[in-house]
Design a protein around this ligand. Sequence first.
Ligand SMILES: Nc1ncnc2c1ncn2[C@@H]1O[C@H](COP(=O)(O)OP(=O)(O)OP(=O)(O)O)[C@@H](O)[C@H]1O
Ligand SMILES: [Mg+2]
Length: 325
Amino acid sequence: MNEAAIEAHGIGRVFESRKGFLMQERVRTVALDGVELSVRPGELFGLLGPNGAGKTTLTKILSTLLLPTRGQAKVLGVDVARNPELVRPRIGLVLGGERGLYNRVSARENLRYFADLFGIPVERREPRIVEVLARVGLTDSADRRVEEFSRGMKQKLHLARGILHWPQVLFLDEPTIGLDPRSARETRKLVRGLVSDGVTIFLTTHYMFEAEELCHRIAVLGHGKIIATDTVAALRQLVGGDRTFEVEGYGFEDAELAQLRRLPGVSKIVSEEFGPRLRLTLRVRTREIVPEDIRGVLLNHAELSVRERGTSLEDVYLDLVEEGT
Ligand SMILES: Nc1ncnc2c1ncn2[C@@H]1O[C@H](COP(=O)(O)OP(=O)(O)OP(=O)(O)O)[C@@H](O)[C@H]1O
Ligand SMILES: [Mg+2]
């Protein structure tokens, strides 16, 4: 099958609300403004973007929870706005938060309820519930009432619910938010396991290492539009290379900066104050430059520090988001 698992063309979403004295003032928020994307079957696709960029809105539209105000989206070849009832049984959604769970009953009873809702046959239901509770690490709390659960435990129960009915496509909106480091790691392992089972995953996160560790491809959303979509390696090249030098000292001359810019492979230099010192961040495309080349340009500086590191996804993200503003 060559068809995309998820595709969006020109997706826009405007929210109209009211505020102010007697709610007389109309506010129009453009949350999404022409989103284009395509996720391949079996792919783990990450969506990054600042707070308010529209990630949750897009996740809700793709998972049939919210209608777009323009554009078209398909999941597994089915139009999400026209045939949501055909999409829903085949997808899972984990939005997290406190809502959507029954607090007065146990985790197991919650999952029984959702299993019935998904139409899971009764004879498959109990073993499946045991299996998903184990996969999210809730076996020991299975029979406790959800109102006694911590935030992280609720998040795990949301995950269990999201995968209960063997969805082919899973939408995860910040799946590890509020989880302790070990639980977050277990969750990432679960996500990788689902990918090896062939599940297509659409994930949003603010944790750069998580996106870098998990995702095959990443899209960055800013002001309702996709700024870039690619593998992390390709995105590193897009923002100027996979090597980054951090140079710190007490003030640099314009002539020195110009000389640094002329070094082979230097694609970008950003200068920022770093306490009493100045920090230059150099993005470098080629293997040619070594720290001595940089020291060579900045010979007159005492207490100069030159450090090389790989360009991180955080660097990539910040560059892309800044360029998009
Ligand atoms: N129901 C709503 N009514 C009005 N405006 C809304 C509504 N839902 C979202 N918005 C607005 O749409 C924009 C996008 O919000 P969204 O929740 O999709 O962002 P996000 O990328 O998920 O942010 P975060 O990283 O904080 O979760 C924001 O400006 C938000 O205020
Ligand atoms: Mg969100």
